[in-house]
Ligand binder design. Structure first.
Ligand SMILES: NC(=O)c1ccc[n+]([C@@H]2O[C@H](COP(=O)([O-])OP(=O)(O)OC[C@H]3O[C@@H](n4cnc5c(N)ncnc54)[C@H](OP(=O)(O)O)[C@@H]3O)[C@@H](O)[C@H]2O)c1
Length: 344
């Protein structure tokens, strides 16, 4: 087994960045014993909790405590850092984990972060959909020129293998269409409404359990679902596609009465994501649909998500992910990291 040591830098140390730091620590022995991989975290950057670079390695537990008690990481740094791009340039890391918040309209600043890191000779693993949707083809080109890897398994359905499945295991297969429930928050809201919650109560519940943001618009208006559809089309259908090109309707107009009437009729409302090749073009939608029990989507409960692919040779192929959370997203990043460093 070839041994390799990697300095990793974490840009974004929120729910996902911190969960990843914990998972890397938890899996350190298996990384070393089964794959010959050792690592040290040499940089961590946030927006309001400071930034730190230490080429000797940062004590991750101290960094977690500082951020989780609202303090700054600056005290852990060997020198002052002026911006996120300055952080990337001066870190000299081998692998960047980019986990800053998604920007549905431009992909920034994640796009600049990923581009800068690849140009500086780093591998990049990200859960940020913005960089994929607004930069996939350009970033893949830069990665190829630099002989580095750009990976983003966690951007759609968290740790469930989708991009790696097509890349590694389904060569020469053409994806003709897909359909799914890709936004956990709206699915949980609709499931709660079936049990009697009003729309507002159901939204509040998803916020209380940490699934929805304080401003739930990205979920309930369909932006999160649309950017995931755009990411799947961009990568798996090899066609640049933005969330603005997805015909998008959210769930605000679905009332509790409509949900209950559907239930009486043996049907359920789902926020359905779909895309289809139509000759040279692709049509894509996100919209609430009434589905009956004969549909696989009908059986997707709570925060579970599903995608059903329609391919030219294998026919229909589905992936279901039950109750995802930050740890499943962190797992997708960990899997990307292992694959990137063992097959550089
Ligand atoms: N949460 C999930 O379940 C999930 C699932 C799949 C994918 N994702 C994706 O994963 C990414 C991270 O999500 P999250 O839930 O961890 O978000 P989060 O909790 O809001 O954390 C975002 C982190 O990025 C930092 N940040 C913001 N702007 C920055 C900038 N310009 N430069 C450097 N750091 C910056 C924030 O710093 P401060 O805290 O100091 O502001 C924070 O540390 C997002 O792109 C999201 O779409 C999340």
């Amino acid at each position: 087994m070839r041994k390799s040591h990697h300095s990793v830098i974490l840009l974004g140390f929120g729910n996902i960045g911190r969960e990843l730091a914990r998972l890397l620590d938890r899996k350190a022995s298996i990384l070393k014993d089964s794959y010959g991989i050792t690592y040290s975290v040499t940089g961590i950057a946030t927006a309001r909790h400071g930034m730190a670079i230490d080429p000797e390695g940062i004590d991750v537990q101290t960094a977690l405590t500082l951020v989780e008690t609202g303090k700054s990481l600056d005290e852990l740094s060997r020198f002052p850092i002026h911006s996120s791009l300055d952080f990337i340039h001066r870190s000299r890391g081998d692998v960047l984990f980019e986990n800053s918040p998604v920007n549905h309209l431009t992909g920034q600043p994640a796009l600049d972060h990923v581009r800068t890191a690849l140009e500086s000779g780093m591998h990049v693993c990200t859960a940020n959909k913005g960089a994929v949707v607004y930069g996939y083809h350009e970033l893949r080109r830069i990665a190829n020129v630099k002989n580095r890897k750009f990976r983003f398994e966690s951007t759609v359905m968290d740790g469930a293998p989708i991009f790696s499945l097509f890349r590694e295991n389904l060569p020469a297969l053409q994806l003709d269409a897909f359909k799914g429930v890709l936004n956990s928050t709206t699915n949980l809201i609709l499931t709660r409404m079936e049990s009697g919650d009003s729309f507002e109560d159901a939204v509040r519940f998803t916020q209380e359990i940490g699934l929805a943001e304080t401003d739930p618009a990205a979920d309930v208006d369909g932006w999160d679902a649309a950017i995931k559809v755009a990411a799947l089309i961009t990568v798996l259908m090899d066609t640049p596609f933005t969330p603005q090109q997805v015909q998008r309707k959210g769930i605000r107009k679905i009332s509790q009465e409509m949900v209950c009437k559907a239930k009486e009729d043996g049907k359920r409302y789902k926020l359905v994501c779909s895309a289809k090749r139509l000759g040279e073009s692709i049509s894509a939608q996100v919209a609430p649909e009434l589905v009956s029990a004969s549909s696989v989507l009908y059986h997707v409960e709570g925060s579970t998500s599903i995608v059903e692919f329609e391919t030219d040779v294998l026919g229909k192929l589905s992936i279901v992910e039950t109750d995802p959370g930050p740890s499943t997203t962190a797992y997708g990043l960990l899997a990307d990291f292992i694959n990137v460093v063992i097959h550089p």
